[in-house]
Each structure stands twice: as C-alpha cells, then as structure tokens.
Design a protein around this ligand. Structure first.
Ligand code: GDP
Length: 192
C-alpha cells in the first residue's frame, strides 16, 4: 500500500524497517537488490517525484518501507517542510518501526543535509543504521578515504559512530549483512 496519509498506513502488526535518503542516493535500486525484485521500488527518473510512503510486506512477516527522498533541488521550500513534517512524524510515532536505514552516497563528500537529518533523528530518538551506497564505483582506497570523511562528519555531533554497512545495488555488496541485521532485529519485536 502507498500512502501520504500516515493514519491510513497498514496496521503495525509486523516489525518494520524503513529506507530513506537524498533523492538519487540509490534507494530504489537498493530496495530492489535486497528483495531480489527488480521492479519493486521504482527507480526514479525524475528526482523528487516519489512523495509517498510505500509499504511492502516481505515474507509475510515484516514491512519494508520506502520513504520519500529528501533534498531534491526542484521542490519548493514550503513543500520541503511538508515533507519534513510528515516523514518525521511518521518515523517518530510509528510503533512497529525497528530501524530506519539512512542511505548515504559513498562516492561523494559528506553532505550537510544528511548530517542535519541524522541530528534530527537523534533529537527524535529514532534508531537508525547507515547504509553507504554505490560502493562498487570506488577503488578500495577511495572508499576508505570517503568512509573516513563520513565518519569524521558524523562524529562532529555524535559520540559514537552509528552502525553502518557498505552496499552496492550493482554488485550486491551488503545484501546478506543487511538482511541478517533485519532478521536478528526482528526477534525483538513485540506487539503491545
Ligand atoms: P533513488 O532516487 O534514491 O531511489 O535512487 P535510484 O535507485 O533511482 O538510483 C539513482 C541512480 O543511481 C540511478 O541512475 C541508478 O542506476 C544509480 N545507482 C543506484 N544504485 C547504484 C549502485 O549500487 N551503483 C551504481 N554505480 N549506481 C547505482
């Protein structure tokens, strides 16, 4: 089910894991890679077009949630604050949300908008994990350098580095680790 009205989302009876990131970070591709379904999430032709919350029920026992991307240049300021309002309200209040996966492009220097988003999550106490995307594009040395820069930027405001995984939708890197992480986190789910 796809929805912008958070009140009409599926009942929170299964554990949920949500994916978010700047538009074009590779979120749709990663969701498709993790699920092995090439067309589950639509690879965005036009940045900023998807403004829905999409729920996918996986194996009849968890929800994968595709949240709209942030930071697209073409959307007006007022629209952007609408985005913030409804997405932040969603991640803050959704009872069955186990973790939010925040996608960060491994190829580019740390982006202010990503760091600000992590700070907001900290304020709201939303548990998150970082997924560095498109890693196959980089040499090992470049990847290590970029990872260091990202870590430094995160640690400006965080005491510890949050958990993170290296991923590539193209090479499949990270698939097993992310799915194992989800599987073990799910064991802590209870409805009450
Ligand atoms: P979204 O806007 O975050 O959903 O990003 P998309 O999944 O639509 O991907 C944005 C662009 O990045 C597309 O051109 C993808 O083909 C490309 N892309 C996504 N994942 C990868 C990856 O793992 N490696 C490489 N090289 N390109 C990727």
């Amino acid at each position: 089910m796809s929805n912008t009205d958070t009140a009409r989302c599926p009942k929170p009876i299964h554990p949920e894991f949500a994916f978010i990131g700047r538009s074009n970070v590779g979120k749709s591709s990663l969701i498709n890679m993790l699920t092995g379904r090439q067309k589950l999430a639509k690879i965005s032709g036009k940045p900023g077009k998807t403004q829905l919350i999409n729920h996918f029920l996986i194996n009849d026992n968890w929800y994968l949630v595709d949240l709209p991307g942030y930071g697209y240049a073409k959307v007006s300021k007022s629209k952007r604050s609408n985005w913030q309002d409804f997405v932040l309200k969603y991640v803050e209040t959704r009872q069955n949300l186990m973790y939010l996966f925040v996608l960060i492009d491994s190829r580019i220097p740390p982006q202010k908008i990503d760091m600000e988003f992590l700070d907001l999550l900290g304020e709201l106490q939303v548990p998150f994990v970082l997924l560095l995307t498109k890693t196959e594009k980089l040499s090992k040395t470049q990847l290590i350098n970029n990872m260091e820069e990202i870590k430094e930027a995160v640690l400006e405001n965080w005491e510890e580095m949050p958990e993170f995984f290296l991923t590539s939708a193209k090479s499949g890197q990270g698939k097993d680790k992310v799915l194992d992480f989800i599987e073990s986190a799910m064991m802590n789910f209870s409805i009450d």
